[in-house]
Design a protein around this ligand. Sequence first.
Ligand code: SAH
Length: 317
Amino acid sequence: MERLRSQGPMTVEAYMEACNTYYYATRDPLGAGGDFTTAPEISQMFGELVGAALTDVWRRAGAPANVRYVELGPGRGTLASDALRVMRSAGLSPPVHLVETSPTLRQAQAALLGDVTHHDAIGDLPGDSPLLVVANEFLDALPIRQHVGSAERHVEWIGTGLAFDRDGEIVETSPARDEAVRALSEGLVALGGVALVIDYGHARSARGDTLQAVRSHRFAPVLDSPGENDLTSHVDFQRVGEVAQDAGAFVAGPVEQGAWLERLGIQARARALANASPARAGEIEAARARLCRPDQMGSLFKVLAIHSPEWPKPAGL
Ligand code: SAH
């Protein structure tokens, strides 16, 4: 607010970046008591199937002993915890490297996962061994630019509050996302390995305004209470794939999350968990449905794999 009043309009990109930096640094936004719930927070099955898919592709790549587990924006560390449990039980115990900017969430991750190394950016990851990378709901949080015709859209102070400086048919781009995907893909090409990128978004590039704010599990106006809502936008998976291929990486998908989880065996895993704890059978089935059903997370969420040319394509894609 101060910046907008004293320095004049800022781009949507600068607004989103300023809001989210403050937002993530000052809270744990996840779970029932927070603002939003992610797939790994819904059920252990999600992280377990990620761990199984990574173990499988690692074996088919010749099981290199020096592989590292990397997560981008790991939240509370829940996904990593579930994935690493499965990987370790299959004989794979990689060192854990987390790209995370929030001090609050870094603390939560270290408390849950123990021995981890934190990094500020993808470019800071160690460059001497293959990577198994997971990014769930990471790209959606990176800032986007919005364009109306040839003009970039700005946010401005109008005396009583905030407003956009123009409306019309919107085209979104995200240099920050492109840069993250480029750095990730170049790393995979140089070192070997795979990345599973999971997020909500569209398989084909399209026009339209997808910037959204969420607070306490409800949509909020994007310009209300800057820094107190989770600001995200839909990921353009076509673009992600193109940037990865331009960097020399191979791409598989995107496929819808529901189909991907079913191919990886979520039905069987849900049955095994329900057999082990019959009292929880209803809860387990509800979680499976929430992750997979097209009217819930199954269709809007997509999975895209980026891998080095000499590594195989992960299962389920
Ligand atoms: N992957 C987790 C959390 C998703 S929320 C889950 O599925 O539950 C987004 C995560 O990305 C948070 O951990 C947030 O702190 C982190 N994040 C947001 N912007 C970031 C940035 N620019 N660099 C690194 N991490 C970022």
